[in-house]
Design a protein around this ligand. Sequence first.
Ligand SMILES: Nc1ncnc2c1ncn2[C@@H]1O[C@H](COP(=O)(O)OP(=O)(O)O)[C@@H](O)[C@H]1O
Ligand SMILES: [Mg+2]
Length: 443
Amino acid sequence: MQQEISNTSFQMQCKRKHFIKDKIYHLLLDDDRIKISETVNFQQSKYLLELNFESQMYWKTEQDQLVAFGIKYHKTLKWFHANSSDLQHLYKNLFGRVFFGNISTIYDSKEILGSGASSKVYRVINKLTHCQFASKCIRKDYIYKREDKERYNRMIQEIELMRKLDHEAIVKMIDIFEGEKSFYIILELLQGESLHQFFKKHSLTLTQIRQIISRCLQALCYLDIHNIIHRDLKLENLVLNEKGKVESLKIIDFGLAIYTSNPQRQLCGTPGYIAPEMFIEKYPYTTKVDIFSLGTIFYKLLCKKSLFNGNTSEEILENNKKFLWNNHLKNCSDETIDLIKQMLQKDPNKRISACQALQHPFFMEKFIGEQGVAEESPHEIVRTFPHTKPMQIINSNDNIADIKIQAIKGSQQSFDQSLGSNYYPSFDEGYNKQKNGSDHIIE
Ligand SMILES: Nc1ncnc2c1ncn2[C@@H]1O[C@H](COP(=O)(O)OP(=O)(O)O)[C@@H](O)[C@H]1O
Ligand SMILES: [Mg+2]
């Protein structure tokens, strides 16, 4: 787990550049605010920045180094210069606690990597370190489309959860930025495709399936220990970190994730992957819903068919709700069938947990290297997928007719059609670049 920030309080010196004489200030970073004062006792701080998601911090760079930070004060951006190692330390300690402004100071945007229900994801390069990352761009018009703050709260929840996650099979969050038109979540860059894309093109051996399920279970075990429910596990949200290597897979997209302590228990996720207890109104479902979703993924990887059939998302959802599933498991070994049945167990209390599942004979040494299950050609595999676009349930009650399903467009083209072709590029914020030495931005 990421260290809680309470023990990272620190002080540094900084200065405001003035025409005649620079003025020295002292900065104190503590649990929930930054104080900037003329004296070291911080009794009367001239500038205060609360560390929350309403606050913004700006950065100025020169020759690949941080040279100043900026905070807004009475609608004016005030710049404070400091030595670059102190600034780096400050930058790191503000990780995930405030939005940084003006992403283009730090990152260069490159090509699109993928898109989902709420976002577009681009490859970006850090201008200071020249390292590559992924930037998940969430448009503000999407976030604020609904009058309640549901989408905003969900994004903040995603950030707060991700800030604390530290597991090799879960994508890491690096930074967060707020621009004029979008929010940006900077993530470690995963270099391979999503399992959805990979599985369309490649037959998987049983060993590969075992690696995928084992890795996901390890991540689910970690999430279980930290009381987090992902709620949207599916092939699209599993991405390979290295091209072609399923064992490098990571879970992404914590956009629907919640803590188990959160009393909200609405139906959400993607039709075809939803645990039966989620359809029961107000049922206090647990991390076991993710085991069920992983069970449906396991089934799909083994049989090349979806567990729940349907020509439309509504039909799939209906079959998912009625728990009407296909059984194509006949050719699998007893161990395989036993594990998958335990993961797809209707009663969540009887359903196997992630940590228990990892002890299952399916993962035992003696089965490693067993013949693969995929005998069909990749073309045949593609044909077995339902000819529907994946859809995601964002928020709903128990009544199927009321369920809001949101299309997730499979390609860049179809996504552009839904948002308008001017939805590009990631940093088209119309940001007014501050001139060197100026303290002002116009907004
Ligand atoms: N860290 C990453 N590295 C590479 N590609 C990514 C990364 N995160 C997301 N993607 C791509 O972007 C797509 C959408 O990301 P996701 O977080 O699922 O967004 P949404 O919440 O909108 O569904 C993914 O399916 C994947 O193809
Ligand atoms: Mg997604």
